[in-house]
Design a protein around this ligand. Structure first.
Ligand code: 6R9
Length: 649
């Protein structure tokens, strides 16, 4: 174990450090002293500065573990904060979204005034169907302007929503609507995916068969694909919305209590049943607006692009509510990064002079695999900050991102957070933090993160790895699991009496910087040695021919668990027997012979969730030759069948 820890240190403790550029530091939103602020004073100040309240709050927080309430007595409306007040403040002509359709040359510039007009019409349309304060609504859409418009219109009316990612199955959508008892569904006929129409309404139809509480379904016509409209239940968006008034006074923003449920985001847990993560109105909005402003160093003229999907928490927090609350100009792109070609992202960055790009390590590794020449064809000199989220980022990808996308000068902010936390929790601040490739560095001000040992004792900096925890409530923390407070307690609060258990393993190095090492359930035990999947993946990806790697364990009678690695090679490299031996040896030298994978499978693709996380659970099923578990979150289910065949050969 001791030797193994040393090896982890050797791999993870990157020696390269990148202090902030003095010029950037001088103009940064976060200045010296930022970390010295008292958490309560900080969250009170930010709440007043970033949010407009209809009624001021009279108490900052109430902590009745594990239940937190923030900004008590305050009344506000999220749509008002994201849209109306900006128009009232003279920002009506400012661009809210540059929307880039997947078909080349289909694009829209949506100002804050346009956004208000669209939102008011949609809210009036929804209201005409009976949606009002407290009505529960499901949203199942792609990356079209009507997606944020729908969320904002529902926020305006005070209707809690759950946005189900457009790639989920009928089963996944149906069960979520049943769980939340949704009365309405908003969807689109189909979405554009690599030049083809990928159906949504037909899937929604199947889902509604399972969810009898749904009274009406509103469908946006996007692709013109054939759909069946059920008389009395199904309506077209253009029929419901287009004829409505866009006068904001015709549909005022509903004053909501700070603690009113804002939305539910379903997230998969260790068991099959998804968890309905409940977010509140005020705390959530304060948390996402504040972190967005400081972590990405947002200025009035910043052009910002979070290339996630609105259907997962990163999209909610950092495409819709955080950026709009800060009156930011954002880019929304409908399609995939390789359509019509692999330079599409870089073309978009050049066109809109994007200053901030926020994406996931898996996307960065995909672009690495495709090669830097795609980016080199475009002028990316507008970029000032690059962000990463979703998984631990291996140093190689971090460096590639900074060097090839950021011209070796942009700070990379590796942001650690979760659906549960609502906002970024651990991240560098680009003007203050000395960066280390692979480290999320420091907790955001007002976030009391720590690493605990098995006994719940805090592990001191430089003293090894343990459980990632948070010791005090933060504004945007989830309030409970919908309809299952018991599971909320058991999953997150029972392990330690005084902290939130995040479910990740982490360590803090001697400088006080955090290194996130993957989910605690990703830790393997091979012949009594604890090995993290992330650590071996990082060693594999360190090899010049490897693009992506996923490591899982399978049962082994001798060693307890044995390591199975799935590897995608970079273009031009060949998955030969020699290459296999070479990669095993590479892991051997990087970590130690114990970490050499027992099996190594070459594959063109790895099974990914739509939010860009490798589905290790599925790979484990493949490795152990088991019946496959729930695949509803998989981006491309055919990948697994392919892998099964290869593993058998
Ligand atoms: C925002 C989001 C949460 C889990 C989290 C952790 C992993 C996210 C990370 C990271 C290392 C980072 N994770 N960001 N691990 N470094 N910068 O991804 O939410 O989908 O709920 O996933 O993702 O394992 O626990 P969610």
């Amino acid at each position: 174990m001791a030797q193994n820890t040393q090896n982890i240190d050797a791999l993870m403790a990157e020696e390269r450090t990148y202090p902030p550029d003095p010029e950037f530091a001088a103009q940064a939103n976060a200045q010296a002293g930022f970390y010295d602020q008292d958490p309560d004073e900080f969250w009170e100040k930010e709440a007043r500065e970033r949010i407009t309240w209809f009624t001021d709050f009279n108490a900052l927080k109430q902590w009745d573990r594990p239940h937190a309430r923030w900004y008590l007595g305050g009344r506000l409306n999220a749509c008002y904060n994201c849209v109306d007040r900006h128009v009232e403040n003279g920002l009506g002509d400012k661009v809210a979204y540059y929307w880039e359709g997947e078909p080349a040359d289909e694009r829209l510039t949506i100002t804050y005034a346009d956004l208000q007009s669209r939102v008011v019409k949609a809210a009036n349309g929804f209201r005409s169907l009976g949606i009002g304060k407290g009505t529960k609504v499901a949203v199942y859409m792609g990356m079209i302007p009507e997606s944020p418009v729908t969320l904002l219109a529902l926020a305006r009316l005070g209707a809690p929503f759950t946005f189900v990612f457009g790639g989920f199955s009928a089963q996944a959508l149906g069960s979520r609507m049943v769980e939340m008892e949704c009365e309405y569904l908003v969807t689109q006929d189909a979405s554009n995916r690599r030049g083809k129409a990928s159906p949504l309404k037909p899937i929604a139809d199947e889902a509604m068969d399972m969810a009898p509480t749904v009274k009406h379904c509103v469908t946006v016509r996007r692709t013109g694909s054939d759909v069946t409209m059920k008389q009395g239940r199904d309506l077209w968006w253009h029929d419901v919305v287009d004829t409505q008034s866009d006068d904001p006074a015709s549909c005022p923003c509903e004053p909501m209590d700070a603690e009113d449920m804002f939305f539910l985001m379903f997230s998969s847990g260790t068991t099959g049943r998804p968890k309905g993560i409940v977010h509140s109105t005020a705390g959530y909005l304060v948390g996402v607006a504040t972190t967005h402003y400081y972590v990405f160093d947002i200025k009035p003229d910043t052009v910002y692009w979070c290339a996630a999907d609105i259907g997962w928490i990163t999209g909610h927090s950092y495409i819709v509510f955080g950026p709009l609350a800060n009156a930011t100009t954002s880019v929304i792109y409908e399609g995939t990064p390789d359509f019509p070609d692999k330079a599409r992202w870089w073309e978009i960055i050049e066109r809109y002079r994007v200053n901030v790009l926020y994406t996931a390590p898996t996307s960065i590794r995909t672009h690495m695999k495709w090669g830097a020449h795609h980016a080199e064809q475009h002028d990316l000199s507008s970029l000032k900050v690059l962000g990463s989220v979703g998984e631990p980022i291996n140093p190689e990808a971090w460096l590639w991102y900074r060097d090839h996308i950021g011209a070796g000068r942009t700070p990379v902010v590796d942001t650690w957070w979760q659906t549960e936390t609502g906002m970024i929790m651990v991240s560098p601040l680009p003007g203050l933090t000395t960066l280390k490739p692979g480290s999320a560095t420091r907790p955001f001000p007002g976030v009391e993160a720590a690493v605990y040992d098995e006994q719940g004792k805090e592990i001191a900096p430089g003293e090894g790895a343990g459980y990632m925890v948070v010791k005090a409530p933060w504004p945007s923390m989830f309030r409970t699991l919908y309809g299952d407070d018991e599971r909320f307690r058991e999953t997150y609060w029972d392990k330690f009496p005084d902290a939130y258990l995040a479910g990740d393993s982490a360590r803090v190095d001697a400088d006080g910087d955090f290194w996130l090492m993957g989910r605690i359930d990703d830790v393997m035990n091979v012949s009594g040695h604890r090995l993290s999947t992330t650590e071996i993946e990082s060693a594999l990806v360190d090899h010049p021919d490897v693009a992506q790697a996923a490591v899982v364990s399978r049962y082994d009678a001798t060693t307890g668990q044995a390591i199975v690695a799935y590897v995608t090679l970079k273009e031009g490299a060949e998955g030969s027997t020699e290459k296999l031996a070479e990669l095993r040896d590479h892991v051997g030298t990087q970590i130690g012979p114990i970490a050499k994978p027992a099996n190594l499978v070459f594959s063109d693709e790895l099974p990914m969730t739509r939010s860009g996380k490798i589905m290790r659970r599925l790979l484990k099923d493949v490795a152990e030759n088991r019946e496959l578990g729930d695949t509803t979150t998989l981006a491309d289910p055919s990948v697994v069948d392919e892998l099964k065949q290869r593993s058998e050969n």
